[in-house]
Write a protein that binds this ligand. Structure first.
Ligand SMILES: C[S@@+](CC[C@H](N)C(=O)[O-])C[C@H]1O[C@@H](n2cnc3c(N)ncnc32)[C@H](O)[C@@H]1O
Length: 279
């Protein structure tokens, strides 16, 4: 792994002081680290289109339960991991390349009493420190847009899953022509963006021993989500106490405008793919 200051992807995500800003936001809402719940954190810890609603809609398809050990690939500050632990009772291990997210995420787990069920590790998705066949299921939300070699990623995920295990992918994918304007929420620069078509994902999955079992384009849901967000932003005086601006930093509005413009032009869309590791 490159030192943080040399890795433009980590520079994009690290903000410095994220935990302090979350604590300040909670305080403005009358909450403290001892009274906060996993649900309270959802405005800030779901760093993907559609937030908590999208997470539930997506993960319900994996049929997770309390005996499952689930892998969250590119877990960010752990919103989906805590959701999975709370909603399905599963044990979750998350990996992410951004050190500040892992530190913040593990502290948030301890605040909401989920440290015994959720562990977040500072590791790369393409080289994970797990034995073959360790996990009952895996998912990733808005991560593949940062990983160029989709087949290498799929191969590594396949390795750590048990035969028959499900993998859910919810990523922004390319569905039409046109240049992407930067910054975007997942990348400040074209060099660290690796947006691919659903067919490229499907080819990578098929070539590494996965069978596709479901696919859903969530563009309409995303457009409705952003329309609602724009109404709320117009009605409010500045950002809410807790929101994704804490993770996206100064260029939050620009990043959101660019995504909305490219969704509107049918250039990109958030797509779900559910696959199964062949027996
Ligand atoms: C847009 S954020 C999504 C975070 C989280 N999945 C969520 O939905 O809240 C993308 C995340 O992918 C992580 N990431 C990108 N490339 C990675 C890699 N090769 N290995 C592990 N994590 C990676 C980033 O550090 C970042 O936390």
């Amino acid at each position: 792994m490159q030192p943080n200051e040399l890795n433009p992807l980590i520079t994009h995500y690290e903000q410095g002081g994220i935990l302090g800003r979350i604590k300040d936001g909670l305080s403005a809402l009358g909450k403290t680290p001892t009274t906060v719940t996993a649900e309270d954190l959802s405005p800030v810890d779901e760093f993907h289109i559609g937030g908590r609603q999208a997470t539930g809609d997506f993960l319900d398809q994996l049929r997770l339960n309390a005996s499952d050990h689930v892998l969250d690939i590119g877990c960010g500050i752990g919103g989906a991991a805590r959701f999975t632990a709370s909603r399905y009772g599963s044990t979750v291990t998350g990996v992410d390349l951004t050190g500040e997210y892992i530190e913040t995420g593990n502290t948030l787990c301890s605040w909401v009493g989920l440290s015994n069920q959720v562990t977040l590790l500072h590791e790369s998705a393409t080289d994970m420190p797990f034995e073959d066949g360790s996990f009952d299921a895996a998912y990733m939300l808005h991560v593949g847009m940062n990983i160029e070699h989709k087949a290498a990623l799929a191969k590594e995920i396949n390795r750590v899953l048990k035969p028959g295990a499900h993998l859910g992918i919810f990523d922004v994918m390319r569905i039409g022509d046109g240049d992407l304007d930067f910054p975007l929420p997942w990348s400040s620069l074209p060099e660290t963006s690796a947006v691919a078509t659903p067919d490229e994902y499907k080819k990578a999955l098929a070539s590494t021993g996965f069978k596709l079992i479901a696919e859903r384009n969530r563009r309409d849901f995303a457009m409705a989500f952003f329309a609602d967000l724009q109404v709320r932003m117009a009605d409010s005086q500045g950002p809410p106490p807790l929101g994704l601006h804490i993770l996206m930093g100064e260029k939050t509005s620009e990043k959101i405008s660019n995504v909305v413009a490219q969704l509107s032009k049918n250039c990109i869309a958030p797509i779900e793919l559910i696959a199964e590791k062949r027996l």
